[in-house]
Design a protein around this ligand. Structure first.
Ligand code: PRP
Length: 179
């Protein structure tokens, strides 16, 4: 385990099991279409790659970089588009893949944007949900893990851009972010 972590909350194997279930859920819904799967970078990158490869349905891929936290531990409440999509979403079945829904501002922004651009349908899959932190009324259609308000990192999730590359998810020691 990384020395900056208090404990591991999800192992590689536990994550993989949930990813398979999320992929099966998507396969059931999108069997007869070719949806456009969008990864909200950077946090969702590993979840996205594992999820689309676990799906039987063929999907097309696109990426969008949003940022609301910068190097802070607190959301700015004003997510910014750092890099926009390459593809048009008009008339498409869109699957938006997030790593975590926290205040909900990022998701709300993405939802307005994608539906505003004429997507046919919009389905949100999130690895984590922190419902106790919600500031705007939005939720994923499929959530792998609901969690308390703990500072988790790993498998894409960062603190100040660190720990994303850990293959598991753990709770960061308070001493690291309260420095
Ligand atoms: C994180 C996370 C979500 C968003 C959720 O992204 O990846 O996209 O915050 O928070 P919210 O519900 O409060 O909006 P961040 O802006 O930290 O960028 P990152 O994905 O590059 O880590």
């Amino acid at each position: 385990m990384h020395e900056d972590l208090e404990r591991i909350v999800l192992t590689k194997e536990q994550i993989a099991e949930k990813v398979q279930k999320a992929a099966a859920w998507l396969d059931e819904r999108f069997a007869r279409t070719t949806p456009l799967a969008i990864s909200v970078l950077k946090g969702s990158v590993f979840f996205f790659c594992d999820l689309v490869r676990a799906m039987k349905t063929s999907v097309q891929l696109d990426f969008m970089t949003m940022s609301s936290y910068g190097s802070d531990a607190v959301s700015s409440g004003m997510p910014k588009i750092v890099m926009d999509l390459a593809a048009s979403v008009k008339g498409r079945d869109v699957i938006l893949v997030e790593d975590i829904v926290d205040t909900g501002h990022t998701l709300m922004r993405m939802k307005d944007l994608i539906l505003g651009r004429g997507a046919k349908s919009f389905t949100i899959v999130s690895l984590f949900d922190k419902p106790s932190r919600r500031e705007v009324p939005v939720q994923a259609d499929y959530t792998c893990f609901e969690i308390e308000n703990e500072f988790i990192v790993g498998y894409g999730l960062d603190y100040a851009q660190k720990y994303r590359d850990l293959p598991y998810v753990g709770i960061l020691k308070r001493s690291i972010y309260e420095k």
